[in-house]
Design a protein around this ligand. Sequence first.
Ligand SMILES: [Zn+2]
Length: 322
Amino acid sequence: MNAAFGPSGQESSVAAVIEEMAKPFCDEIRTDVMGNLICHKKGPGKKIMFAAHMDSIGMMVTHIEKEGWLRFGKIGWIPEKEVVGTPVKFANGVKGVVYCNEMEDEGKVKPEDLYIDIGANSAEEAKTHVRPGDMCVYDTRSAMAMNNCIISSYTDNRSGCCVLLMTMELLKKSVNDLYFVFTTQEEVGLRGARTAAFGIAPDYAIAVDVTGADNVPKSTHACSSSVGKGAAIKVKDSSVICSPAVNAILVELAEKKKIAYQMDVLTGGGTDAGPMHVNMDGVPTSGVSIPCKFCHCPQEMVSADDMESCAKLCAAFAEYKF
Ligand SMILES: [Zn+2]
């Protein structure tokens, strides 16, 4: 799934992979106008919408220099100084590397200094492969580190998509009416979840996404959860203050089923919980988050054990008798 090309607005390759994996576990699958993949597992109880975004951040070509270098704009938030030297790929398979104009001040990279070199020797040559408006994504390798940690690009939010698939797999009979929605365009403004929530009109909603990790050197404590310490139950991010009633249920379930959990307070950054909780006349909403180090960098890190805890907690909530 991580190898699938899927910057915001071009998620269909990711959706195709997920659809194949989700098929055995749900009754109906459809794709809406925004490209959201909506997997429905029917049940008599409350309508619950789980959302995990499929899209990744990316770079969109704005201009091709006469020497063949590509200038670009950011699709979603990209940390400039982290991307220098990063390999990238386009949908058509063209590869390149991000670099920057000579830095005046070591370590200070301005967004306008960045460019992509695809090996072309002229604008004419570059234009036979890439045009303004084309997008590329990080093309880095994945690996496993200690303590079941996954190093990969786009664990934000392919790890969340995996958690939803794992949740579906854990469920036996469905007491509630469940919608597992793989959303689009989260990274550019939580857009897909907005229309999906409107179409579904859920009674409850849970966003499954990564969150900041506090276990890094010199942390400013802008977030509360740590990689490896369990499913992070969202209290707030900059798009939502979560429902205390839903969180009370999540905590109760985690305690009862002995699922490792922690609380997720994030001072910045939004999630699909944002548009879902203000859908129609309001939806009790929370988030089940996967703590992630180096978020939006070319290599991110999450714990597979945390993902498993998240899936168990989501499955418990899906089976909750309201
Ligand atoms: Zn995300």
